[in-house]
Write a protein that binds this ligand. Structure first.
Ligand code: GTP
Ligand code: MG
Length: 610
């Protein structure tokens, strides 16, 4: 097929504005998925995505339109065959790197705004990303079927933002399908076809990848120039890795093997490479070069490295699982290149990794994926930003994890990262939100108005306060109508101390966190109360304490409980019951001696979410 008839596009929006639901309707209109297999948010294929009701991963899928479908749908476009490559993207801010990688693979994007919500923080942030790529933008207002939709208001807001006429905005219901044909028409009419470049040497951009134990690393690619067949040898430019293609083809939605991929196509290449670290998002795949051709093909621009905002340490609960965790992280990184990790060693915890994430939801998702996909039980430290500590000689040290915090006597002064925070909200909710923002101890900067009804509050504040669940607080206070975004602005002085948690008298390093000196007492109290809630009942009573510089500042106790392990063995064999009870007694004694309380991964996640 000629490149003229290919359209590559993504759907971008704030979280929950209906991207995946619109994708469903497009898949249906183009008969891409068998009706029997169709289900809501079809492209959210990960269990975690379905459970949480959010998209986590970008997802590419190829759709086809032919003359017959065009006639049946009465589409006002030239009758022909078209290939439509759609990339669905996540809306949550923690997964914005997925969005930026998707945008580099396409020529245009649908910008969706939920009419019940209006423009939100990630509408603006993702629009900015699309503009940087010079993409054609198709503005669409969704959820017009909803009784609480403010359709005309949302249309005006969006027209204002894009500086276009309101008539240019398509009004749809992705849920019931109203006007979705118009979106399809706009994609074909307005989004430019990929530029003709068949004759150039083959170059493909890796925008995503995953590990397959049989086919090795599978790279998801956008072919930029030339073409490649399924029997050819390739090389990955960044890591200088040669490979022999095992298979290539399209995604619709499973792997559909083909003989070749050509310029303009979006598809996959199974590389056979077994070392996950050799394949990186943003790298360029070219044909294996000869001595004569080496150096003649230039790499594609690739991606800007994502900047991790929060750091947390991950340790396997069972130290023997360290190697499994190591492999798991590198396999996961293929599928989530925003994750960064570095090996570390802690006295109390053994060998583990200090990992960088884009936000706390990102940590939660990675932890859950490690548990589910690799069957690992983890110990996760409380997430932290990167602090700067100056020693008595005023030498600066970067601190990535609370457990590296020096003894207070060695510290001359401390600094922490600040961000510029933007909260977008209906003007009527400004009061409530200002209350929350004031609690952050930052500086109010200004309020700007998108429209008379919708304002953007700008605040400067320590990043520390944002990762402590500001997102949820803002959502709750505004019944979901406000949203936020933030940018790093640099380091500023702050009086910080390390707070430690003792469980049954023993320091649990993973719960240590850095807090502002004047908040240590309230933070400590909050933390032991939360721990009391989330720790599973123990067989002996357990003291929970918070301490700063060795001084206890808060305390709670979990009362002992007696579990009858033999209770379920009703009737019959009394000797078996006694045996079990004796075993329990022994276990209890052992645990008491060790003074260890088993803290499940879920409890770590619950505590840092508090
Ligand atoms: N009433 C109504 N609800 C809709 C419409 N489109 C989507 N929804 C609902 O909005 C919610 C979010 O839809 P999704 O399609 O998952 O939104 P998304 O933008 O893909 O969300 P993320 O990928 O997590 O950012 C779901 O409950 C949908 O059923 C619509 O046109 N009308
Ligand atoms: Mg989605």
């Amino acid at each position: 097929m000629s490149q003229e008839n290919i359209r590559n596009f993504s759907i971008i929006a704030h979280i929950d504005h209906g991207k995946s639901t619109l994708a469903d309707r497009l898949l249906e209109l183009t008969n891409t998925i068998d009706k029997k297999k169709m289900m809501p948010q079809f492209l959210d294929s990960m269990d975690l995505e379905r459970e949480k009701g959010i998209t986590i991963k970008l997802k590419a899928i190829r759709m086809e339109l032919d003359e017959l479908k065009i006639e049946n749908l009465k589409l006002k476009i030239p009758s022909s065959r078209y290939i439509l490559n759609l990339v669905d993207t996540p809306g949550h801010v923690d997964f914005s790197y997925e969005v930026s990688r998707s945008l580099a693979a396409v020529e245009g994007t649908i910008l969706l705004v939920d009419a019940t919500q209006g423009i939100q923080a990630q509408t603006l942030a993702n629009l900015e990303l699309a503009k940087q790529q010079n993409l054609k933008i198709i503005p669409v207002v969704n959820k017009i079927d909803s009784p609480i939709a403010k359709v005309e208001e949302s249309v005006d807001e969006l027209a204002n933002l894009l500086n276009i006429m309101p008539e240019e905005i398509i009004k749809i219901s992705a849920k019931d399908g109203t006007n979705v044909e118009q979106v399809l028409e706009a994609v074909i009419k307005q989004i430019p076809a990929p530029q003709e470049s068949h004759d150039k040497p083959f170059r493909a951009l890796i925008f995503d990848s995953e590990f397959d134990s049989f086919k090795g690393v599978i790279a998801y690619v956008r072919v930029v120039d030339g073409e490649i067949s399924d029997r050819e040898k390739i090389e990955l430019m960044a890591t200088d890795t040669p490979a022999e293609i095992k298979e290539l083809g399209y995604l619709n939605p499973s792997f559909s093997a083909k003989e070749k991929l050509s310029a303009g196509d979006i598809g996959y290449i199974a590389t056979g490479i077994k070392e996950p670290g050799k394949v990186t998002a943003g790298d360029t795949i070219i044909k294996l070069q000869t001595v004569a051709t080496r150096g003649s093909v230039q790499p594609l621009p690739g991606y800007q490295e994502p900047k991790p905002m929060v750091f947390a340490s991950l340790y396997p609960e069972n130290p023997d699982d360290f190697d499994i965790l190591k492999v798991a992280l590198s396999k996961l990184k293929l599928n989530d290149p925003a994750l960064v990790f570095e090996q570390e060693m802690k006295e109390a915890l053994g060998r583990g990794f200090n990992c960088g994430f884009l936000g706390t939801l990102h940590i939660e998702i990675i932890a859950e994926r490690l548990e589910r996909e690799f069957d690992l039980d983890l110990v996760i430290s409380t997430p932290s930003v990167v602090y700067k500590v100056f020693d008595q000689k005023d030498k600066e040290i970067f601190i990535y994890s609370a457990s590296d915090w020096p003894d207070q006597s060695k510290i001359k002064r401390t600094e922490e990262p600040w961000v510029s925070l933007e909260v977008i909200a209906p003007s009527s909710q400004m009061g409530k939100l200002m209350e929350i923002l004031k609690g952050l101890k930052g500086n109010y900067i200004e309020t700007n108005y998108l429209t008379p009804e919708r304002a953007i509050i700008v605040f400067e504040t320590p990043l520390r306060g944002i990762i402590a669940n500001l997102y949820d607080k803002i959502k709750t206070a505004s019944q979901g109508y406000a949203s936020m975004n933030y940018k790093m602005i640099g380091y500023r002085p702050g009086k910080l101390v390390k707070m430690e948690i003792l469980i049954a008298g023993k320091k649990e390093e993973a719960f240590s966190r850095i807090v502002a000196e004047d908040e240590a007492y309230s933070e400590g109290k909050k933390m032991v109360e939360k721990l009391k809630d989330v720790l599973p009942p123990q067989m002996f009573s357990v003291a929970l304490q918070a301490a700063v510089g060795g001084k206890i500042i808060a305390r709670e106790t979990i009362k002992a409980y007696m579990k009858d392990v033999a209770g379920y063995l009703y009737g019959g064999d009394i000797t078996r019951k006694n045996k079990l009870r004796n075993k329990q007694k022994k276990g209890k004694k052992l645990m008491k001696e060790k003074g260890r309380v088993n803290v499940p991964t879920k409890a770590f996640l619950e505590v840092f979410r508090a």
